[in-house]
Every structure is written in C-alpha cells, then in structure tokens.
Design a protein around this ligand. Structure first.
Ligand code: PEP
Ligand code: MG
Length: 568
C-alpha cells in the first residue's frame, strides 16, 4: 500500500531504492568471557583503542576534503578513544575477571552516565558521541564488521538516527538516499550527508513503521517528501525529477572552471578552504580559483615536537604549487586549549574558546610564530608560477594585535630579504570587537576574511559545538547582515578587500547576499563551489544589492531568508 510522509529536506536530490533499515551501533554485546589472562586482555583492549583512534583519524582526514570543519567531529571522537581514563577504568574490571569488551563498555557506560546527567547541555550532547566511539571499540574487540551489509541494487537507508560515523561510512555507490526519524538539518549527520551529496530527509517521524516490509521508497531531499510504495504516477514524476537533478549536476560540473562573476561581469573570487593535502586535488577539480583559507593547524597537531621551518615551508610550498598564479591565503596557527599541542606547555583553561587561542597564542610564543612566518615567507619566495600569498591572523580582537603581528611579519620578511610586495596581510573578522573596529583595523591590512563560524558563536554567546543551541544563531539575522555591511563599508573605505571564509559562504543564497553587501571573495568547501557560482552568474550586482538590503531590513532571519529565497 502506498503511503506518504513529509519530513524536513536536509540534503537535496531525489533517491529511489529498496528500504534498508540501519540499527543504532551496539555499545554492548553479551560478555564472551576473557580470552586470556588479564595482562593479555588489557593488551587487546589497548590495541583496540589504538585501532579505533587510527580509524577515526583516517576518517577525519578523508572527510576534510569534502566536509571541511565538520570533519573535526571525528578528531574529537579519536580523542575519546585515546583518553587514558578509559583504560584506567577498564583495568580493575579486567583484573576482576571480565573480558576486555565487557570492561570497555562498562567504562564508556560510566562516562556516558556522568555526561548524560550533567546539567551542561554540551556535556549531555557528548554522550551520543561516546556511544559512537564505544560501538567502534566494541566492534573491533568482538570482530563485528561495521560495514553495511546491503542487498543488491541501490538502497535508501532508514534509521531512527544516524551517528556521524555511520553517515561517513555510507557506501555512496550503493546508497541512493537517507531518511531518519529524528535529527535536524543542522545535525552532524545532515551536514555530512549534504557535503557527501547524499539526498537526505530528517524528522520523518514514523517512517520505520510505515516502511516496514515495503519494497520501494522514494525520497526528495529538497522538499522533504518520503513516498513508500509510490504508485506509478508518483514514481514517474520522481524519476523525472531525479533526471533533472542529474542534468543539473552535470551542467554545474561543466561550468566549474569558468571564473566566478555576477551576470553583469563583476568578479567574485570563488576559492576553497583547505585543511590538508587531501583537499588540494578536490579544490582544483572543483574549479577553485585559489584558496581563501588554508588552515595550518594540521601540520602542528598529533606530534610531540614543533614542525621545523623547512618542514613547514615544504608543506606551504605544496599548497602554493596547487594554485599557480592564484591567491592563496594561509591562516597562521589557530589552536587553543581545545586543541592542545604537546610542545606548547600551558595552563588548562575552563573556557578554551575565550582563552589563549589564535593570534593570542602566536604573540605569546614568539619562536613558534617567527618560525611559521619564516616558513611562509620562504615558501612565497620559492613559489612556482607566482601569485599573491596571503598571511592571515586568526582570532584578532584588538588593533594592537594586528600591529604587533604585522610588524613581526615585516621583520621576518626583511630578515629573509623577501619583499612584502607579493604578500598580502589580512585578519579574520570573527570576534565582534574586531568587526566593530573594522575601520580602525583596515588601515593596517590588505584584506579581511569574515569567519562566520566564530563570529556567530561570539556574537550570540552560542557554543558552536552545541547542537541544542545552534538555532539561536543565523547569519541571516538582520543584525548580522548589518554587522557584515559595517565591516565591508569600513574596509572598502580604506581600500581593504573583504572575503568570507565561514561555512555560511557555501550557502548559495547567503553567498549571493554577501556579494550584494560588497564581499568579493568567498571561500568554502570545494563541493559547494558549483552551486554558488551558478547562482551568482544568474543575477546582476544591482539585484543582489537590492535583495541584500531588503534582507538587512527584514524583521528577523526567517523573513530575511524568505527574501533571499527569491534568488534561487
Ligand atoms: C570561522 O571561524 O568562521 C573560521 C572559518 O575559522 P574556524 O572554523 O577554523 O574557526
Ligand atoms: Mg574561526
């Protein structure tokens, strides 16, 4: 019998296939009893935790190319697996005769109970992350494969909820789409589905019961429609829609190497966010005109000693070589107590987002900063094919930080005998005080790049990692558009150009509004470049400006988004 449900469209595209139900990953299995003496059982546990962390690091690395910042969730998961507390808690249980698998699920269970009971929503939300990691370790120890055991043909995944790693492990060639009963379009799983190009509908309450025993499910990830056993007419209509989506994908790909511009020819540099070597090929293939944000953290993390100047220069040179003649913006190290570096001894901080992070750390560690600047200057000097190299400082909150950082760059460049002519100096505008001080900072730099991820976090006092409060922030809130307009107006008055490198730049309608406000560079995950390029090419600057101004004067974000939707 055919049935229809409506959920929330979370990732565009039409999917038609056999339903395949995915169960939550098992965090407990029947205790098989120890397979050897306690010492051997502890060694088995240790090896399983190391393997889980390795798998999660590899997953983060793979996901960075397509999912950008979203990949960091897997680094956070890897950190859970290697937390020594897990082994400390499990050891006495193993000594008392329990198996590694029983001991580790008890240890994770105890942490989970603590987190779930926490009055902090952030901590409570981490409980689900722990389950994801625990299930991986339990799977390794009990020899259960985590892979999907799919039937022939293409399937539509149905689940109550998908964990981030279940989403990342979806075999793209066999899974046409995803439907979940719970979740929001801003959940990790939904964002991952979007960046992986898997059509998805979330919040389709009751779909598991309705689709039980069905032979076909059809989903539209734009409209949120879910059809179970659709009749011939519905199926034909959805098949036609799927064909249109595919034709669109092919057209976007064909246009991917044309430059970014509006319909009346105003250039908008469409560039990529790069977090590691793997991103380079994806960025070039997607038609990126350069890199607007090279996150340099990767080179510094997961190691015991600081990378040498030569090692850094070699890596920066590799990135530059991928974009001959283009502008490539390197962001200097942006770490804090949230991503501690073993070679930087520091006090723990109760609130890492507000502590010694970004440029604050670099200015307090002169040698670390000098080495990075020296490596960047040398890589620029030796750059094949030429092009502008940008050096950008993160988490700037005051003018004096910019003055100090710039003067250190000038000193190091002088020392190396390299002219600053081909080097542009910029700052991230991601702290409200810097946004408000745009007119005072602009005379000291060549460009600004608005980091909306952090700007929204600090503006609304909403931790960017806590899903429950995510809906309190929206780049389309008129006050945010006003603030960005303030930044652009004050920057351009001093000849300083403005880009945006936060995740919001990858939303085509938001990107169009940003261009209407005067932004001339948009940096995003490579997968988003095609849709943004396409939308910009269909509107002239005057209409983008009108729409952006109308959105700025809307009553709230919902009204502003409705205004922007007219562009699509
Ligand atoms: C931002 O804050 O918007 C940004 C791009 O930087 P990150 O996400 O690396 O903090
Ligand atoms: Mg930031």
């Amino acid at each position: 019998m055919s049935a229809e449900l409506t959920g929330i469209g979370a990732a565009p595209g039409v999917a038609i296939g056999r339903p395949f139900v995915v169960e939550p990953p098992a965090t407990e299995v029947p205790d098989p009893g120890p397979s050897g003496p306690p010492a051997a059982e502890k060694a088995r546990l240790h090896a399983a935790l190391v393997q889980a962390a390795d798998e999660l690091h590899a997953m983060a690395e793979r996901m960075r190319a397509v999912a950008g910042e979203e990949a960091e969730i897997f680094e956070a998961h890897a950190a859970f697996a290697t937390d020594p507390e897990v082994e400390d808690q499990a050891a006495p249980l193993i000594d008392a005769g329990r198996s590694a698998v029983a001991a580790v699920s008890a240890a994770f269970g105890a942490f989970r109970a603590l987190l779930a009971a926490s009055s902090s929503e952030y901590m409570a939300a981490r409980a689900a992350d722990l389950d994801d990691v625990c299930a991986r370790v339990v799977g390794i120890l009990s020899g259960v494969s985590r892979g999907y055991d799919l039937p022939e043909g293409r399937s539509v995944l149905l689940a109550r909820e998908l964990t981030p790693s279940q989403t990342a492990e979806i075999p793209r060639d066999r899974i046409a789409g995803v439907v979940t009963e719970t979740g929001s379009p801003t959940s990790h799983a939904a964002i991952l589905a979007r960046t992986l190009g898997i059509p998805a509908v979330v919040g389709a309450t009751g779909v598991l019961a309705v689709a039980a025993g069905a032979s076909i499910v059809a989903v539209d990830g734009r409209t949120g429609e879910v059809h179970v056993e659709p009749d011939a007419d519905v199926l034909a209509a959805l098949t036609a829609r799927a064909g249109q989506e595919e034709a669109r994908r092919v057209a976007l790909e064909a246009a991917s190497h044309e430059p970014g511009r509006t319909a009346d020819g105003v250039a908008v540099e469409l560039v990529a966010n790069v977090a590691g070597r793997d991103d380079l090929a994806a960025a070039v293939a997607a038609g990126a005109e350069g890199a607007g944000l090279v996150r340099t953290e990767l080179l510094f993390q997961d190691r015991r000693t600081e990378p040498s100047v030569d090692e850094q220069a070699a890596y920066y040179g590799e990135v530059l070589a991928a974009f001959p003649g283009r502008r490539v913006v390197f962001r200097t190290l942006d770490v804090g107590a949230d991503k501690p570096l073993p070679f930087v001894v520091r006090e723990p901080e109760p609130n890492p987002a507000l502590g010694v992070r970004g440029i604050r750390l670099s200015l307090r560690r002169p040698k670390l900063f000098e080495d990075q600047l020296r490596a960047l200057v040398r890589a620029h000097r030796d750059r094949p094919g030429g092009g502008v190299t940008g050096v950008m400082f993160p988490l700037v909150s005051r003018v004096d930080e910019v003055v100090a950082a710039r003067s250190e760059l000038e000193r190091v460049a002088g020392d190396e005998g390299v002219s600053l002519d081909g080097i542009e100096v910029g700052v991230m505008i991601e702290v409200p005080s810097a946004a408000l001080a745009a007119g005072r900072i602009a005379p000291h730099v060549d460009f600004f790049s608005v980091g909306t991820n952090d700007l929204l976090q600090y503006l609304f006092a909403v931790d960017r990692l806590v899903a429950e409060v995510a809906e309190l922030t929206d780049v389309c809130e008129p006050l945010v558009l006003d603030l960005i307009a303030h930044v652009v107006d004050n920057a351009t008055a001093h000849g300083t150009w403005v880009g945006v490198c936060g995740e919001t730049a990858s939303d085509p309608e938001v990107a169009a509004a940003l261009v209407g406000l005067g932004v001339r560079e948009l940096s995003m995950v490579p997968g988003a470049l095609g849709e943004v390029k396409d939308l910009l090419r269909r509107h002239d600057l005057a209409s983008l400006t009108t729409v952006a101004e109308d959105a700025r004067h809307a009553g709230d974000a919902a009204e502003a988004r409705a205004i922007l939707a007219k562009l699509a």
